[in-house]
Design a protein around this ligand. Structure first.
Ligand SMILES: Nc1ncnc2c1ncn2[C@@H]1O[C@H](COP(=O)(O)OP(=O)(O)OP(=O)(O)O)[C@@H](O)[C@H]1O
Ligand SMILES: [Mg+2]
Length: 474
């Protein structure tokens, strides 16, 4: 697993591709991520003692906190869950209890391992499916000769030895009559080149139960019960085989899926997923400031906020959470919390919880130069996005460098005059500047549209000058 061993510097380099500035925050999360890997290299008794150093990222709105977490998730290659702390309610109240995040994390890990396994067995599944199609197309053949087919298939064969009957190339190849063999090969040839695509086949397919869904955004605390019920039912009513008439490509798809399901060893997947969740899971707790408040005067939401904090404690500290796939120990799960902390401070969290997040990093608010860079540099930069969008209409959108300076400058001004919303302001400003073009672009195919500093001013300055207007429009 090459990604998991990215060094802190490499992680920062990756983050730099999407996030401008905020070096301190990038550094901290990079170190935390690498420490997971380091811990796993340590010998056992000591390894168990090394607890993750949880992080709080503090910074105003729209400066990249969530963005860092999102990008980290793709880098981490460990089970990664991002949740809004404000979504939870105290145990006993209507809403999601905090333990659900551990269950969700495990589901993510399961899907992750399962996908990896599917990828590994893909070649073999495809080869098997092809043979099955050929069996249907050329039925009365008691003996069959099968060639080891398609790249990847043989690799998977070495890794996977549980699927009985799947090991086509290991079956003793009784020598077939040459004519039969060549017919089969001819059909294979036709199948691969797509000349059989219009053929219809009738075949038995196991009804797929659908991929297990990760319900991260749910509302009720019932989902675990629901899925337990669903599981129970699927055991009572075993998977049905269904006869269906399908065109060859669909049939192939269905068979590949069926073969994949069969080849993936779910016991192994569960074991691996549990261990990954415990050993390298990361939970990103967004909006933690929303549950931080001291003046728990007595009634209202305040009570339950502190309650949520208390519920969080054991999970962050390390406890065992029961899930339907087994117990999950949370001792080594890394927590990264983030919040704007406008109305309150980290010190407003209950003391026990503060102690569980020893690392604090601040993200600073963004200025004009950073805006310029955000507009142009990241791989998903707004200018790149709009240019690509317009290109679909055949319009070549070009920004003069000065126009980008102007955009950034105006965004800063609006942030200062109305409300500070960080880089999100760039979205509203850009949308406004390109409003006319966005409306006309479909009729302007072949045009070159040059955005100059004057054009930006022309489109925006009235609004920027007028505070009231900009409150509504930008
Ligand atoms: N430093 C940055 N570099 C590049 N893009 C950024 C940066 N900061 C913010 N953005 C962009 O601004 C938008 C909002 O950023 P993000 O979601 O990270 O804000 P946040 O810090 O989590 O704010 P909030 O406290 O409101 O949740 C995103 O589209 C993101 O791409
Ligand atoms: Mg955020």
């Amino acid at each position: 697993m090459p990604m998991q061993s990215l060094t802190p510097k490499e992680i920062v380099v990756e983050l730099d591709k999407y996030i401008v500035g905020q070096a301190a925050a990038k550094r901290s999360v990079a170190i935390a991520l690498r420490n997971r890997w380091r811990r796993r290299q340590v010998e056992s008794p000591l390894r168990e003692e090394i607890a993750p150093k949880n992080i709080i990222m503090i910074g105003p709105t729209g400066v990249g906190k969530t963005e860092i977490a999102r990008r980290l998730a793709t880098l981490a290659q460990s089970p990664f869950l991002k949740v809004e702390a404000s979504k939870f309610t105290e145990v006993g109240y209507v809403g999601r209890d905090v333990e659900s995040m551990v269950r969700d994390l495990l589901e993510i890990a399961i899907n992750m391992v399962k996908d990896e396994q599917k990828e590994l067995t893909q070649g073999l599944a495809e080869a098997n499916a092809e043979e099955r199609i050929l069996d249907i197309l050329l039925p009365p053949s008691p003996r069959r000769q099968e060639s080891t087919s398609q790249g990847g298939g043989s690799d998977a064969l070495l890794l996977q030895d549980s699927g009985q009957g799947a090991l086509s190339s290991l079956q003793s190849p009784e020598s077939p009559e040459p004519s039969e063999f060549s017919t089969r090969e001819k059909f294979r040839e036709m199948l691969r080149s797509g000349r059989l695509d219009e053929r219809e086949l009738e075949l038995d397919l196991v009804e797929s139960r659908g991929a297990p869904m990760v319900e991260v955004m749910g509302f009720s605390g019932m989902e675990d019960m629901q899925s337990n019920l669903r599981d129970a039912f699927s055991k009572i009513f075993p998977k049905k085989k269904q006869k269906r008439k399908l065109k060859v490509p669909e049939a192939l798809k269905g068979l590949i899926q069926e073969e994949t399901e069969r080849l993936v060893d779910m016991d192994m997947v569960m074991k691996e997923a549990l261990s990954r969740t415990e050993q390298s899971g990361i939970i990103f707790l967004d909006e933690i400031d929303k549950i931080a408040s001291r003046n728990s005067g007595g009634q209202g939401p305040e009570v339950s906020r502190e309650g949520v904090q208390r519920d969080l404690l054991p999970i962050v500290e390390g406890s065992t959470v029961p899930t339907k796939h087994g117990m999950v120990k949370t001792d080594h799960i890394l927590f990264i919390a983030s919040g704007a902390f406008h109305m309150c401070k980290p010190s407003d969290l209950i003391p026990e919880l503060q102690g569980r997040f020893p690392i604090r990093v601040e993200l600073h608010s963004l200025g004009r130069d950073e805006f310029v860079r955000i507009l142009t540099e990241p791989e998903n930069a707004l200018i790149k996005q709009y240019t690509a969008l317009m290109a679909t209409e055949g319009v070549e959108l070009v920004f003069e460098p000065e126009s980008i300076q102007e955009l950034a400058e105006l965004a800063v001004q609006v942030n200062e005059r109305t409300e500070e919303i960080g880089a999100r302001r760039l979205h509203t400003v850009m949308e406004r500047v390109l409003d006319d073009l966005s409306f006309d672009a479909s009729e302007r195919g072949g045009d070159l549209f040059l955005v100059t500093a004057d054009y930006v001013r022309e489109q925006l300055s009235d609004i920027v000058q007028d505070q009231d207007l900009s409150r509504y429009i930008l």
